[in-house]
Write a protein that binds this ligand. Structure first.
Ligand code: GCU
Length: 417
């Protein structure tokens, strides 16, 4: 049974913030997030196809050679922070292997990434399942916290579960989803946050950030990576591992994530073009939703509740979103020309379904410039549960914030029609 609505974290956030005044009195600061479309203030989005010196980007080469790196740098400096370096002294350890997992249908591996320099230790652990019926190299789906890797069998339907929250009972639907993934010939990998970057403002630098040389004794620099950037780094390291496994087709890896993990999936793929597909489910603010659109969660709300997710610099735009030199449609543009799927849920107002949809619409010129079809619409949201578009694809599922079997079904059809 789910929590009563008013007890859920998002309602708590929606209704009030608690602030201390200089006088020392506890004061309640009401910050109702706007959920009324008619109250969205006018906003202006930066043009993805305009270079910093004002020139227009008119051909694919100009985007690839000049503009793309400018946009990437804007996200590093103003939103997520500069990436951790790629480790050169490292090794992967297969700590457990079961060649007969899931009743003989899959090979399971539990893998750790050990960093040897600049500091030594385990930076990441993840679990993979490969279908045993595969005849050729296996394409992969990879994401953070897609299933509980401590459980004997993965349960993709628990994608909604977050660290620290109780594990819901496994549902038959979850098992069916896993089977559908394997039946399509895809392997599945799920990364844990524990070694990598625990989801906590005081702990997130304890793992990979520390091992990769960040000085955790001082407060983070304005453009130092937040947790989303470290999680994204972990996704790329899992892809490094796939490149070492002959059974895996590392050129066909889809990165997928739900909610905060959807934000990390987008940022990982924007930085690492080795990911062939990107799927962001209900990723919302700091994910696919436009930041300058004042609907649902805002920069102000998210950087107060989750200050550690972003570079400290991002906080300076709280209440000043109009001054952000970049917005999330440009994050989608960084994925071009690779296929991208953004999934919204109709009742997930917090994540701003319309803002997620509009980010795709405004990323489309870059996809067109690179010769790929986009969404094929400029304004109207598709009907509920009716996916729209090709290389840029979108659906608005009926219901609430969640990664459901209906979402998975759409995503699997996108990956293997
Ligand atoms: C909170 C947060 C969202 C995030 C979500 C989640 O609701 O405000 O930005 O997407 O948690 O990760 O479940």
């Amino acid at each position: 049974m789910s929590l009563p609505q008013f007890l859920s974290p998002r309602w708590g956030l929606l209704l009030l913030w608690v602030g201390w005044l200089a006088s020392g009195h506890l004061t309640l600061v009401t910050r109702a997030a706007n959920q009324d479309e008619s109250k969205v203030r006018p906003y202006r989005l930066p043009d993805p196809l305009r270079l910093e010196d004002g020139r227009a980007v008119t051909n694919a080469q100009q985007w690839i050679q000049e503009r793309r790196s400018q946009v990437l740098r804007l996200f590093e400096d103003h939103v997520y922070g500069r990436p951790l370096p790629t480790p050169t002294a490292r090794r992967f350890l297969v700590v457990r292997e079961d060649p007969q997992a899931l009743g003989g249908r899959a090979i399971r591996q539990d893998v750790q990434l050990e960093i040897l320099q600049p500091r030594a230790g385990i930076a990441l652990d993840f679990t993979i399942f490969l279908p045993r019926s595969a005849t050729g190299a296996i394409p992969m789906l990879v994401g953070l916290h897609l299933f509980d890797t401590a459980a004997p069998e993965p349960r993709p339907a628990v994608g909604r579960r977050l660290p620290g929250q109780p594990t819901p009972d496994p549902t038959p639907a979850g098992k069916a989803t896993l089977e559908a993934i394997l039946n399509r010939g895809f392997g599945l990998a799920s990364l844990n946050l524990g070694y990598l970057a625990p989801d906590s403002p005081t702990e997130y630098r304890r793992g990979a950030a520390y091992l990769m040389g960040i000085d955790t004794n001082r407060p983070p620099e304005p453009t130092e990576t937040g947790a989303l950037g470290i999680w994204a780094w972990g996704l790329s390291r899992a892809l490094d591992y796939f490149e070492t496994v002959p059974e895996i087709d590392a050129h066909r890896v889809a990165v997928i994530g739900h909610s905060r993990m959807g934000k990390a999936a987008l940022w990982a793929s924007a930085q690492d073009p080795r990911f062939a597909w990107t799927i962001a489910n209900n990723s919302g603010c700091g994910g696919a939703a436009l930041s300058k659109r004042d609907y649902g969660e805002t920069v102000e709300i998210i950087t107060r509740a989750f200050p550690h997710w972003f570079a400290p610099h991002f906080r300076t735009y709280a209440g000043h979103e109009d001054q952000l030199p970049v917005d999330q449609h440009q994050l989608i543009a960084l994925l071009a020309p690779r296929p991208v799927y953004v999934g919204s849920a109709a009742e997930d107002h917090w994540a701003d379904p319309q803002g997620e949809f509009l980010a795709l619409v405004h990323a489309e010129p870059v996809f067109h410039l690179l010769g790929t079809p986009g969404l094929g619409t400029t304004s109207a949201q598709p009907q509920l549960d009716q996916p729209l578009g090709a290389t840029l694809r979108y659906h608005r599922r009926a219901g609430q914030h969640d990664l459901t079997d209906v979402d998975w079904e759409h995503y699997l059809r996108f990956l293997s029609p």
